[in-house]
Design a protein around this ligand. Structure first.
Ligand code: 5GP
Length: 138
């Protein structure tokens, strides 16, 4: 079963495409969380960041930067969020790798609420968590 984004890539369903090359495509997110909200999508339907080859990811992020600059300028934005949800627990709904570019404006309401747990953690807890990541890198 093709993903909805593969159907867009293959022109089986309509979309507002703003950029395309051999590896990636970018089109307006249908919801337009803010004016100019754009998705940058791999042409190959990798499900999430864990599957995307490094070279493709490097290229995709170069395109993300180029489009971010264009969107920021075109919409006279005041800020900009990048968002990439991986897996349902993280809010992913379309299982085809993509990065959201979300330009932000004064008084615009978009909520990304990150809870601050600082008051419940001591220095050992930070050390332990950092050590877990460092160990997993090797
Ligand atoms: P996720 O929740 O996986 O991070 O993001 C998926 C995004 O795809 C959502 O923001 C949703 O609005 C967008 N989307 C889903 N279906 C379509 C569609 O048919 N066309 C376009 N342009 N965007 C879509």
């Amino acid at each position: 079963m093709k993903t909805i984004f593969s159907q867009i890539i293959d022109r089986e369903i309509p979309s507002s495409i703003v950029y395309e090359d051999d590896l990636v495509i970018a089109f307006l997110d249908i919801t337009q969380a803010t004016p100019g909200h754009t998705l940058v999508v791999t042409k190959v339907p990798y499900q999430n960041i864990f599957e995307v080859p490094e070279e493709t990811l490097k290229h995709l992020f170069a395109v993300v930067q180029k489009l971010s600059k264009a969107i920021f300028k075109a919409f006279d934005a005041k800020g900009l969020n990048l968002l990439n949800n991986n897996m349902p627990e993280a809010g992913q709904t379309v299982f085809h790798y993509h990065v959201h570019i979300i330009p932000r404006y004064e008084k615009e309401e978009v909520t990304f609420k990150l809870t601050n747990h600082m008051s419940t953690l001591n220095s050992d807890a930070y050390k332990k968590r950092a050590a877990m990541i460092i160990a997993a890198l090797s």
